[in-house]
Write a protein that binds this ligand. Structure first.
Ligand code: MF3
Ligand code: CO
Ligand code: CO
Length: 285
């Protein structure tokens, strides 16, 4: 059995309780999972992540302007690397746990973590996720978009559209002093209503000072469960929505590429958000 340390809200020795402390302690005492104080970003940190987000968005805009049929996914990788580095950033994926490229490119039945390659050529009708994370002055911002190459089947177009709606609906469900489970509940409901499934093996995550921080942001679940959402938390929402089964496997050869079990298409969108007093604000616009 593995003992997991319970996250807790600690009061610095001798400090007066603030209104925020009282509020978080109230939920902690009721048995809810609460963030640690370190997960609440300072205004300076949020500004740093926002600047990183601006560069990350500019990188994705570069890809959006150039992506087309006949291009290889290695060409996308080169756009990401060159633009990021020439603007003072670092592509966070490059070398992350051994990942060999600067960006993830995931086509059709590939759910996520596809590795760009010279041999992989974009074709008419492909749906492609480009997932880009930038480090700027030590701050991380993480976002992904779908691109449709030419015209795709109506089913694929709908999948791309519904995946985007799932991200937006999940974000709308996240309120200050709500719970992470509220996000997943809203996403799962919308996906199911449209006849699609939600990948369960991968999730969104806290982000900002590191690539992957607490909490895990599941894209399914029950309202009122999971970590308390406190203003100042920064995290991603990045639902992977499948046309068929939610089950996925990892390519054994490269150890990265996540593929749907039934090889039907999958779509994903991602933004980095900060929780404010009025709900989520996107940092990767
Ligand atoms: N950007 C992905 C995410 O949304 C993580 C990619 S890790 C990599 O969390 F190593 F595959 F690049
Ligand atoms: Co990402
Ligand atoms: Co992410």
């Amino acid at each position: 059995m593995v003992k997991r340390k319970r996250l807790s809200w600690r009061i610095p020795k001798g400090a007066e309780l603030t209104e925020l402390d009282k509020k978080v302690l109230y939920y902690q005492n009721k048995g809810h999972v609460v963030p640690t104080r370190e997960l609440i970003k300072t205004p300076d940190q949020i500004e740093g992540i926002r600047r990183s987000g601006l560069l990350n968005t500019a990188v994705l805009d570069q890809v959006a302007g150039k992506i087309r049929e006949g291009m290889s996914t290695a060409d996308i990788d080169k756009i990401v690397y060159d633009y990021t580095v020439s603007h003072g950033g670092i592509p966070a994926c490059l070398g992350y746990e051994g990942f060999p490229k600067s960006v993830c490119t995931s086509i059709n039945e590939v759910v996520c973590h596809g590795i760009p390659s010279e041999e992989e050529i974009l074709e008419e009708g492909d749906i492609v996720n480009v997932d880009c994370t930038t480090i700027l002055d030590g701050y991380y911002a993480d976002a992904s978009r779908m691109f449709i190459i030419g015209k795709a089947t109506p089913e694929k177009e709908k999948l791309v559209q519904v995946a985007r709606e799932c991200m937006d609906i999940g974000a709308d469900a996240a309120l200050p002093f709500g719970f992470v489970g509220d996000i997943g509940h809203a996403i799962e409901k919308h996906a199911k209503k449209n006849g699609f499934s939600v990948v369960r093996d991968l999730c969104g995550h806290g982000v900002g000072l590191e690539f992957h921080e607490e909490p895990d942001v599941l894209h399914y679940g029950r309202k009122g469960t999971g970590m308390l959402l406190v203003p100042g938390m920064v995290f991603t929402i990045e639902p992977m929505i499948n046309m068929g089964t939610w089950e996925v496997f990892v390519d054994e050869e490269d150890g990265w590429t996540v593929v749907t079990e039934d090889e039907l298409p999958s779509a994903q969108w991602e933004h980095t958000y900060v929780m404010t007093d009025n709900g989520l604000e996107i940092l990767t616009y």
